[in-house]
Write a protein that binds this ligand. Structure first.
Ligand SMILES: Nc1nc2c(ncn2[C@@H]2O[C@H](COP(=O)(O)OP(=O)(O)OP(=O)(O)O)[C@@H](O)[C@H]2O)c(=O)[nH]1
Ligand SMILES: [Mg+2]
Length: 357
């Protein structure tokens, strides 16, 4: 899973990114833009519990690869924004970090807080960047058509024209219905406005206290975009304190749950993700999958050989495993099932893939 953090200038993207990656990242220079790459560990109490039971040599949580791009200054929109946004073109999903804290904007003026307007601005930038991609390709395809080139595919022309019409209308491609065949033809373009998107309101103390109100206002404007709130800077400062002092300050600032929980929980819901586990003396590990994916696809997340040589999966639900007190007891109760290629993996499944290479 790869998340791209986007936002207008000075919305606190990097502050949140540093908090979530625990300050471990690399900086990449790409033309005029600069971006950062890091990994976020997905906290999961179930893994803690499984690890206590197996005492494995290694415990591995699911990881999200994250990219943090700079926001473009208002004066450089919209054409330059497309260049900045190239850094998130290869990611799966987008996290829009929206400003909900007082302070100054990039021009040194008091910042206005308007997450709804900011997301509209961001959407315009995504749409514009996609329009550039669609138009460039369209030109090539039309050129091929004119020369009656053998690579010319009328279906590609059709889907590009369909996408361009939506983008020209200043709408994102997120809800555009495409046939699976059309979807396949545009996959390589990685249209930004088609990527699933969630929003994070990055709040100061006052806004965080009233987050329910702001989230519902935001939800009225964007009913299909899942939203959560964090207080990135405050929490980042708290993390610099000694571990035993943190809880007191978290409570004082009214931070119920760390930002990572808010962001991860919302991203699982927004992007249709689930976790499955593998267990053993060597390693207890969590993996991320999309809802609806099958046992062989889960095997493929672990290793491509496991997918190729997939025979069956031994499956037990985490809750059954815990309730029965371990694998042997779960087996005795018949709760460990043998599932085949069609099996749709559920959140919390513990899998053991049987394969043949
Ligand atoms: N009060 C307050 N200030 C914040 C918060 N988050 C970030 N800031 C401040 O806002 C400024 C910009 O934060 P960054 O995290 O660098 O913002 P950014 O979105 O990465 O900015 P660009 O990459 O330039 O687009 C910094 O001075 C932060 O300390 C917050 O939650 N509350
Ligand atoms: Mg930044």
């Amino acid at each position: 899973m790869q998340l791209g953090f986007i936002g207008i200038k000075l919305s606190g993207k990097s502050t949140l990114f540093e908090l979530l990656t625990q300050n471990k990242y690399e900086t990449v220079h790409a033309g005029i833009a600069e971006y950062r790459r890091g990994q976020v560990t997905v906290p999961d109490e179930r893994i803690d519990r499984l690890s206590e039971i197996y005492r494995p040599k290694k415990t591995t949580y699911a990881l999200f690869d994250c990219v943090d791009v700079m926001g473009v200054p208002a004066s450089m929109r919209t054409d330059q924004a497309a260049k900045y946004l190239e850094a998130v073109r290869q990611t799966d999903s987008l996290v829009a970090v929206l400003r909900a804290f007082d302070g100054y904007d990039a021009e040194g003026n008091p910042a206005r807080i308007d997450p709804v307007k900011d997301l509209r601005t961001l959407e315009e930038d995504l749409i514009f960047a996609d329009l550039l991609v669609a138009e460039t390709r369209l030109e090539k395809v039309l050129h091929m058509k004119a020369r009656s080139a053998p690579q010319f595919n009328p279906k590609e022309l059709g889907v590009l024209e369909k996408c361009k019409a939506v983008l020209d209308d200043n709408r994102s491609l997120r809800d555009t219905e495409l046939y699976p065949e059309e979807e396949k033809l545009i996959r390589g373009f990685q249209f930004l406005s088609r990527k699933p998107l969630m929003a994070v309101l990055n709040c100061d103390e006052a806004h965080y206290a009233r987050r329910a109100e702001y989230e519902s206002g935001f939800g009225n404007a964007f009913p299909d975009i899942p939203v959560t709130s964090v207080s990135a800077l405050a929490e980042k400062e708290i993390m610099e304190l000694e571990a035993d002092e943190r809880a007191v300050f978290m409570e004082e600032l009214g931070i119920d749950e760390p930002a990572i929980h808010h962001v991860i929980t919302t991203s699982y819901a927004a992007f249709g993700l689930i976790s499955f586990f593998t267990v053993g003396e060597d390693e207890v590990r969590a993996w991320t999958l999309r809802k609806g994916e099958t046992a062989p696809e889960a095997a493929g997340v672990i290793h491509s050989d496991l997918q190729k040589g997939f025979i069956r999966a031994e499956v037990v639900a985490y809750d059954d495993f815990i309730r029965e007190g371990g694998m042997a007891a779960a087996k005795a109760k018949g709760l460990v099932r043998l599932e085949g290629k069609e099996y749709v993996v559920k959140d919390g499944d513990i899998l053991n893939i049987r394969f043949n290479v």
